[in-house]
Design a protein around this ligand. Structure first.
Ligand SMILES: CC(=O)N[C@H]1[C@@H](OP(=O)(O)OP(=O)(O)OC[C@H]2O[C@@H](n3ccc(=O)[nH]c3=O)[C@H](O)[C@@H]2O)O[C@H](CO)[C@@H](O)[C@@H]1O
Length: 355
């Protein structure tokens, strides 16, 4: 009988793209693949494109660090989600569960634990997220992207594997990117990606400096859902809410990037050797994981960092021009980065645990 794996993870694309990188391998190897996510999350949108994967939705609650009336209702949703996940495990009988974290993964992991199904999780960031911290006692292994993360985890469970990069990102075609954006070859391209959901702060700041930035660069701006400003029509400036199939072409076309410091995005840029200006999400809006991700990259010489509090018209254009001028320095440093062959390590761990 074929082996079966259930993937989970969601809330933002950063909790889905690692799964999207792994899923084709298991399908190719003849495994049955299912995915548990929320009903209307980004994971549903991204995974529903994969015909071979059965998608099942459960109720889930968000784990917020701030006051919200939903905080009262959400624990009940999580409990309902645990029962739903338990029933799925009972019917589906997977050999193993792989979780990429995010709040939808907590009920799935608990449901799997109740059925004694082994779970492996993956932590993208330098410090473990809340969902992964809650789930820690119930999982067999936690795969980490940064070596520094191991000190935040139990030594028995932590496995440093490195970053998992979707294979298609390596096969982008810059020429297609130029055609798609109607850009010319003679002027450098700046790609701006404020994380998978866009960043209002970065969008605002870029737009204030747009004319100045456009004197030196053509700009692809990924603005996030609802973030595109249709009133701005300028030569050499294109905006998107989110890019799917064309992202590899856009990444290959870019000379330099401005990005949030979400772990998947920055390792993708690193693997393609794109000099980065990172603007991490502030401590006010997060646990500060992106600040640590960015610090680690800066220490390695891969990027420039501009903290959100320092963001202004002047500081942004100055930092972008400085990055472009010194691009060779960052590229040379990135050339020394050795990928950890994370994909095969994770696949081996999953196979070892699959009952
Ligand atoms: C606000 C928030 O909570 N952010 C977290 C979230 O970020 P976020 O969801 O932004 O995740 P990442 O930056 O790590 O990854 C974004 C992923 O989306 C893809 N992408 C993005 C834009 C686009 O148009 N098309 C596309 O395919 C990127 O290629 C990448 O694979 O998860 C990350 C990984 O745990 C964390 O480090 C971030 O702190």
């Amino acid at each position: 009988m074929n082996k079966k794996i259930i993937f989970t993870g969601g809330g933002s694309a950063g909790h889905v793209t690692v799964n999207l990188a792994l899923i084709p391998y298991f399908i190719h190897e003849g495994w049955e693949v299912e995915y548990i996510g929320s009903k209307n999350g980004i994971e549903q949108e991204l995974v529903s494109k994969l015909q071979e994967v059965r998608y099942r939705s459960i109720k889930t609650g968000k784990l917020r660090r701030y006051f919200d009336w939903n905080n009262v209702k959400d624990p009940f949703r999580v409990v309902q989600g645990i029962f739903q996940a338990y029933r799925i495990m009972q019917k589906s009988k997977p050999n193993v569960v792989f979780s990429k974290g995010g709040f939808v993964s907590v009920p799935v992991i608990l449901g799997a634990k109740l059925k004694n199904i082994p779970v492996i999780t993956h932590e993208s960031d330098l410090t473990p997220g809340l969902a992964n911290r809650i789930s820690m006692p119930f999982v067999k292994k936690v795969c980490t992207t940064f070596p520094e993360t191991e000190k935040h985890l139990s030594a028995k469970k932590a496995e440093y594997v490195g970053a998992i990069i979707r294979d298609e990102l390596r096969h982008g075609d810059a020429t297609k990117g130029y055609t798609y954006c109607n850009f010319i070859r003679e002027k450098p391209v700046l790609l701006i990606m404020g994380g998978s959901m866009g960043s209002q702060k970065i969008n605002k700041s870029v737009r204030k400096s747009l004319d100045e930035l456009l004197t030196n660069f053509q700009i692809v701006h990924i603005c996030g859902k609802g973030g595109v400003d249709p009133t701005i029509k300028k030569k050499g400036y294109v905006q998107f809410e989110y890019i799917n199939e064309e992202l590899p072409d856009m990444m290959h076309m870019a000379d330099i990037v401005i990005s949030r410091a979400g772990s998947n995005a920055i390792f993708e840029f690193l693997s393609l050797k794109k000099p980065m200006l990172l603007i991490p999400l502030s401590k006010e809006a997060s646990r500060g994981d992106q600040i640590l991700n960015a610090e680690s990259f800066k220490k390695a010489g891969y990027c420039e960092v501009l903290q959100e509090e320092e963001l202004s018209e002047n500081s942004l254009t100055k930092a972008v021009n400085h990055l472009y001028k010194n691009r060779e320095k960052y590229i040379n440093k990135m050339e020394t980065y050795q990928g950890q062959n994370a994909m095969s390590k994770v696949i081996q761990l999953i196979k070892n645990e699959a009952k």
